[in-house]
Design a protein around this ligand. Structure first.
Ligand SMILES: NC(=O)c1ccc[n+]([C@@H]2O[C@H](COP(=O)([O-])OP(=O)(O)OC[C@H]3O[C@@H](n4cnc5c(N)ncnc54)[C@H](OP(=O)(O)O)[C@@H]3O)[C@@H](O)[C@H]2O)c1
Length: 392
């Protein structure tokens, strides 16, 4: 546990975009937070620097072969090093941690998120893929262990903030905002020629590679719709998406009396991170309020479903239920990585996901193993489709 006054934090995915921003924030408030564990994938150089700065008691790197790169820093900080998947699970359930920032990217984030919730931790969840893959299982775990799940995604943080003090029967629907990504206005027939570099250039947010591509296809919003279903307990027909290119309104909640509550802020992930880290308290931090008068306009548009077919694929998987969302997620991960390595064109991403979903017969999610099995099946099916030249 922390020393009472301070919250003891484990950051999983500390070397990523969200992880680095979480550490930036935590480093500014030594009187509030203390880092007790850090876990990374491959970036041992950055993890070593983080060990020097934050002096955790535990550090985790994916591959045993990289342990030596951490040893000098770990010795100076008196920090234990563990490696591999077991290491990641150990950081997720580290007894000294009160709060776990789950910021690993993709399906690799599910086992540690599950582990942290089983251990009854407060989890600040950036890894939306966990809830997409195994929402029912994670929510059951929370009800058993009393763990607390707080969203880090700016949209869900906005909804969480709007819902404070409301009863569930007061809410008609949730409307998630989406910036529309770099191709919101690109002629549809040009999308087959866009490059990974163009797709990675998000107009508003500076994020990791996978989520940047997901934002360009709007699969990110689809995953967020599924995430919202579990976080807020609303079915698909009460979850909506609207385009809002300025990303100032982070999402909205429509009440039964026609009032719409929204949360606004500048697009800076440290704001929702700070909300989750400090919850239920608020405190002054590095993120300033938006200057609304200086904002030329705040626009809202309906999503063009033909331009962004990934969104309907996600709604479809949510309605099918069971293992379908896990299959959607895994097929998307394979398709995104194929696009990033020039093996697939941009419109090919939803085509591959759709083809895999069409082959899948969903079964109920009963355990972590059943989800991981569906995930593995989906990856195999997606690779097979890619090896035949992608779906048409
Ligand atoms: N970036 C954003 O602004 C943002 C906003 C909302 C939600 N999110 C969500 O937050 C999550 C993280 O996104 P990101 O943009 O921060 O991704 P990112 O920059 O790619 O970072 C991913 C992190 O996960 C680590 N990692 C990857 N595979 C791993 C494995 N097998 N074992 C242990 N660690 C592993 C990486 O380690 P190495 O780099 O050391 O290999 C890195 O620390 C995603 O689920 C994303 O959807 C991100």
């Amino acid at each position: 546990m922390g020393d009472g006054a301070r919250r003891a934090v484990a950051v999983l995915g500390s070397t990523g975009s969200v992880g680095v921003q979480a550490l930036d924030l935590i480093g500014r408030f030594p009187e509030r937070f203390e880092i007790v564990a850090l876990a990374a994938g491959k970036n041992a150089e950055l993890l070593a620097r983080q060990i020097e700065t934050h002096r955790p008691r535990l550090a985790v790197i994916e591959e045993e072969a990289r342990r030596a790169l951490l040893e000098p820093a770990a010795r100076r900080a008196r920090c234990e090093i563990v490696t591999g998947k077991e290491g990641l699970l150990a950081a997720a359930s580290y007894p000294a941690a009160d709060l776990v920032v789950a910021a690993v990217v993709g399906a690799a984030g599910l086992p540690p998120t599950y582990e942290a919730l089983k251990a009854g931790k407060t989890v600040a969840l950036a890894n939306k893929e966990s809830l997409v893959m195994a929402g029912a299982l994670l929510m059951q775990t929370i009800s058993k262990t009393g763990a607390l799940l707080l969203p880090v995604d700016s949209e869900h943080s906005a909804v969480h903030q709007c819902l404070r003090g409301s009863r569930s029967e007061d809410v008609r629907r949730i409307v998630l905002t989406a910036s529309g990504g770099p191709f919101r206005t690109t002629p549809i027939e040009e999308l087959a020629r866009v490059t990974p570099e163009q797709a990675l250039r998000h107009p508003v947010w500076d994020m990791g590679r996978k989520i940047s591509i997901d934002s360009a296809t709007l699969m990110n919003k689809g995953l967020e719709v599924i995430e919202a279903r579990w976080l807020f307990g609303l079915e698909a027909d009460r979850l909506d998406v609207v385009l809002h290119p300025q990303s100032i309104v982070h999402s909205m909640v429509e009440m039964v009396d026609g009032s719409v509550l929204c949360q606004m802020g500048v697009p800076d992930m440290r704001a929702p991170l700070q909300y989750a880290l400090g919850y239920p308290e608020r405190f002054a931090g590095p993120v300033a309020a938006p200057d609304l008068a200086a904002q030329e306009r705040l626009e809202f548009f309906t999503v063009d479903r033909r331009r962004f077919p990934s969104l309907d694929l996600a709604y479809g998987a949510l309605r099918e239920g069971g293992t379908a969302p896990a299959v959607l997620n895994a097929a998307n991960e394979i398709a995104v990585s194929a696009f990033l390595s020039w093996r697939l064109d941009f419109p090919g991403i939803p085509r591959v996901v759709e083809s895999v979903l069409r082959r899948h017969r969903p079964v109920p999610v009963t355990s972590l193993e059943s989800v991981l099995e569906a995930d593995a099946w989906s990856r195999g099916a997606a690779e097979e489709i890619l090896s035949r030249g992608g779906a048409s």
